[in-house]
Design a protein around this ligand. Structure first.
Ligand SMILES: Nc1ncnc2c1ncn2[C@@H]1O[C@H](COP(=O)(O)OP(=O)(O)OP(=O)(O)O)[C@@H](O)[C@H]1O
Length: 634
């Protein structure tokens, strides 16, 4: 599942070489840059690097504001300190630190990750506050506000001096970086990208949103615990007050400043967080650096003026913030007192001017300068011919009901889809078609009645369970994974197989040429075909297509008809909701008609076309929105 993908191997190799060179240079630095002070800074940077790479798993990859990382760092630090006091050697103390952060971290993640946005942020804030209070009040164990002192334990019998300990921290950072990169660039990482765009589609395709969110958070907690353990052994003294709001905010700012969804970003953020307080104490150096930064932010403003257009907010605001920072560096008596203010100005300049952080801006510039040719595609495998030929009844609905307040969206619907059958589902707007698909696919739980898919009864209201039973669907409103390429979008849905199989599905829907194109850059019609490829990649027993032709051009509709016909030919049972009645008439063996939540007719396209109840439902409805309210053509 976590196998690395061979997408972008050349970029990866180039990046690996640069990273290895940087780590070698960092490891050699103590030989040239002498002194405990410099070594202390470098060690701090490495520890913060591990911590911020962990924080980026939630803030960057999950896109959630996580305020618990400082507290998890504290728990890891105290866990390791207590283990050292109990006589544990260094590796065991680090494991204790990881456990001390991971266990409460997982306990927090399970309920909190069911929440989104501000609610999630507030739950992590509560956790952070509570943790610091517990560390303060649990004096018998933590020594409360007086703090806890520890001596650095031995590593396999060796006493580590400051340089040795720095190398250990640097090696840990390297391993954390490598492991995070492999994990987040693997299929696991693709799932994280997918769920950030559409948790509903992620669940409906059987990928599982919550499972991946919890794993990402647990990985972040593991790194927080590891960094906490190193922190304990670095300083030898712990106090709960050091892990409060200030650290919480500074860590968050570090990730955003460096650049989200990037280990480089986390590393740069860590360097700034570690170096900034010390940089401020050297006023001349600080003034020079901040002035250079200011000139850099003025470049877009000058460019706008040269092209004779008024610079916009995005160009003026960062330059103004940096100009203010320069003014502070020259005119304020003690710049260290202005530490948080200066950091806030830097952050403002970066967030407005470079929304993807420093690492994001650097990547964009490098990509402009160096172009890597896309990798050749592997030979395709699988495709529609490898679809599962479902045996027996593909779908059985018994007395299915669903109301929303006073609206009876689906009322006592019973029907079956047989082996290899394509059933059309039509009806005027608001007649309950999408609600019915939502009930079958597990997006909604029915008020009463039952759903059986290929002989299995999925858990009501569970998208994952319905997908495991064999139901797969597309959505009326596109649910694309905009951060992924077409190939990755299919790859992440595969239960078995790799790039070759993913490419096979793309070729089947006519998107072979677009395999390496990002969804955010694809045309609307292509995205509709991609949704079908994704749904097919789960190898369903029942394929549900919710208005697949909506918004498509005429040539695309003709392609769609051919595609659905070939899926039907392969023996996949299909439930097709479609307003284009000619499409329904051409493809469907039987047609079910809904009106007011009820099933009012079921039969062949010809039978349904002549049914008086159907004629009344259509002629009595205002179906002008689709512009296609004629009955099924002969
Ligand atoms: N989540 C919801 N909350 C409240 N009411 C809903 C919800 N989903 C659907 N409804 C209502 O249920 C009824 C059936 O809606 P549904 O979307 O299933 O119809 P439809 O036949 O798919 O329509 P269309 O062809 O326009 O997509 C409508 O009155 C709709 O307003």
């Amino acid at each position: 599942m976590f196998a690395a993908l061979d997408v972008g191997v050349r970029e990866k190799t180039a990046e690996r070489i640069v990273r290895a060179a940087m780590f070698i240079a960092l490891a050699a630095l103590p030989t040239f840059w002498h002194g405990q002070y410099a070594l202390g800074l470098l060690t701090l940077m490495a520890v913060y690097g591990v911590l911020l790479i962990g924080l980026d798993a939630t803030v960057g990859y999950l896109g959630q504001v996580n305020l618990a990382q400082a507290a998890l760092f504290a728990l890891g630090a105290y866990g390791a300190a207590l283990a050292v006091q109990a006589g544990a050697p260094l590796p065991l103390a680090l494991v204790a630190g990881i456990a001390a952060a991971l266990i409460p971290g997982a306990a927090l993640a399970l309920p909190a990750l069911r929440l989104e946005g501000p609610q999630f942020a507030l739950s992590t804030l509560s956790f952070a506050t509570l943790s610091v209070i517990v560390l303060n009040e649990f004096e018998s164990v933590t020594n409360g506000a007086l703090g806890l002192s520890v001596t650095r334990p031995r590593l396999f019998g060796l006493i580590l001096d400051s340089t040795g300990f720095y190398w250990l921290c640097l090696a840990t950072l390297f391993v954390a970086w490598e492991a995070s990169q492999s994990l987040l660039k693997s299929r696991f990482g693709l799932a994280i990208e997918a769920l950030r765009d559409s948790p509903t589609a992620t669940d409906a395709l059987g990928i599982g949103a919550l499972r991946h969110k919890v794993l990402a958070f647990a990985w972040g907690s593991t790194l927080a615990g590891l960094a906490g353990g190193l922190h304990t052994m670095n300083f030898g003294y712990l106090q709960p007050g050091a892990f409060g709001y200030e650290l919480m905010v500074i860590l968050l700012l570090g990730v955003v400043f460096g650049g989200r969804r990037s280990q480089w970003g986390a590393f740069l953020g860590a360097a700034v967080v570690a170096m900034l307080p010390n940089l401020l104490s050297n006023r001349t150096l600080f003034s020079v650096l901040v002035s250079a930064g200011c000139i850099l932010t003025f470049v877009p403003t000058f460019r706008a003026l040269l092209s004779r257009r008024a610079p916009v907010f995005r160009e003026v605001a960062p330059a103004s913030a940096m100009a203010l920072a320069v003014a502070l560096s020259f005119f304020v008596q003690n710049v260290e007192d202005w530490r948080k203010g200066i950091f806030a100005l830097f952050l403002f300049a970066v967030v407005v001017g470079f929304p993807n952080g420093i690492a994001g801006a650097m990547t964009t510039t490098l990509q402009r300068l160096i172009r890597f040719a896309p990798l050749p595609l592997p030979p395709a495998a699988g495709g529609i011919g490898s679809s599962r030929r479902a045996k027996g009844i593909a779908l059985r609905l018994t007395d299915l009901c669903k109301s929303f307040g006073g609206v009876r969206a689906v009322e006592s619907v019973s029907l079956e889809i047989r082996e290899g059958e394509t059933l059309g589902l039509i009806g005027p707007n608001g007649s309950g078609k999408t609600t019915l698909v939502n009930l079958i696919s597990g997006l909604y739980a029915p008020d009463s009645g039952s759903v059986t898919i290929a002989g299995r009864s999925p858990v009501p209201g569970s998208l994952m369970s319905a997908c495991a039973a064999g139901a797969s669907r597309t959505f009326q409103n596109l649910q694309s994974f905009s951060g992924l390429t077409a190939l990755e979008s299919v790859l992440v849905c595969l239960k078995e197989g790799g790039e070759r199989e993913a490419l096979g599905w793309l070729l089947a829907v006519g998107l072979g040429e677009k395999a390496r194109v990002r969804c955010s850059e694809m045309a609307y019609g292509d995205l509709r075909f991609l949704e079908i490829a994704r749904a097919l990649a789960t190898r369903p027993h029942l394929l549900m297509l919710d208005e697949p032709a909506a918004g498509m051009s005429k040539p695309d509709i003709a392609r769609l008809v051919l595609l659905i016909a070939s899926i039907k030919e392969a023996g996949v049972p299909i439930l097709l909701i479609e307003h284009h009645q000619d499409v329904v008439a051409e493809l469907c063996d039987r047609v079910a008609v809904m009106d007011g939540g009820r099933l009012i007719a079921l039969g062949t396209p010809n039978q349904v076309r002549r049914d008086p109840k159907v004629i009344e439902a259509y002629l009595g409805s205002d179906d002008t929105e689709t512009g296609n309210n004629e009955l099924l053509p002969c």
